[in-house]
Design a protein around this ligand. Sequence first.
Ligand code: AMP
Length: 407
Amino acid sequence: MKILVLNCGSSSVKYQLFRMADESILAKGFVDQIGMDNSVLEHQAAGREKINFKVEMPDHFSAIRAVLETLIDPNYGVVRDLWEIRAVGHRIVHGGPNFSNSVLVDDKVVAELRRIIELAPLHNPAAIMGIEACHKQMPNVPMVVVFDTAFHRGMPPRNYLYGVPYKYYEKYSVRRYGFHGTSHRYVGMRAADMLGKPYEEAKTISCHLGNGASLCAIDGGRVLDTSMGFTPLAGLLMGTRCGDMDPAVVYYLMKKENLDAEGINNLLNKQSGLLGLSGVSNDIRPVTAAALAGNPRAMMAISVFVRQILHYIGAYYLELGGADSIVFTAGIGENSSLIRKKVCSQLAVIGAALDEEANLNACGETVISLPDSKVKIFVIPTNEELVIARDTLEIVYEKNMGLDRFF
Ligand code: AMP
């Protein structure tokens, strides 16, 4: 069976087409700058050269049409006909209070996604457009939605409630949701495998460190706690997001800088984090290069980031009552040996001992702790698209939709 995975952003669509028999990627790519003059489609079929071309894409409907046309193109496509694609899995950032698992798309699901748009005004509308565009262009193909928030729904109330009047939890569902759930779920399962321990027994601290970043405490396959909150602005400082701080700063800066709600939202989401502190970039590579060259603000930005990671590792170690492993994943977690080293050099107190050489040479799934380290340290490349494809297969297959699993 071939499954298309789509990740629709406000002006982009990323896609991967999987052959589920061996979970291989037949093609992947993305469409950028939807709605602008210079929309581009980048496409790569397995084992072939990457190609780029300009396509007119005023909206998500035309973007998805361009993706589907590319997939069946006689020159660079990978399927003969769209009927070969038996299901579509959509990544959805926010599932709100009611979705605790991936689900098959129907009218009720779309209505609930619309109802919770206020919780993710930048992300969910694009995902809904993606669902509608697929429905129009592949009307009989079942679709599944997989939520970034769903994995975190098992958190106990003591970890998801905020100290604001309870009526706002009841009235407006104000609570910690947590994000990157698909990534934390994937690396949590891989970590248990690498430990040789049943997933149901493994205690894992997962560090998803990318442009967006969050930590997650996973106890036996269930999330105990996570650093992002009501929105992905909370927790660690990130590329351009501020992360945790005294909420009074919001009111104070609004007054001092004469900002309205839109203005402060933009400042905290787009101008803060590594970018705001270092003044160099939102990208850890130039920030690291500047720090190594002696730029004091870049050095400080990295120190703040590392301290915050340690803050959560410490908290989660206690909450979990110990940990079997600490996992680094996503762009920074997978690639920055420097950040991993700075974090791990302070973990001896919990019995996690870094193997410096393994850390420096880490590539793909790697153990980077010393053999006698009580807490193992892993680098595990995340694979959210594969989780979405697997969930889609399972749901479409389990619903007994008359599809042959290995079509
Ligand atoms: P992501 O959001 O997961 O794509 O991660 C983006 C972050 O990963 C950016 O801060 C990048 O600088 C960082 N990153 C990507 N590749 C590397 C690399 N080879 N070395 C260090 N950082 C990297």
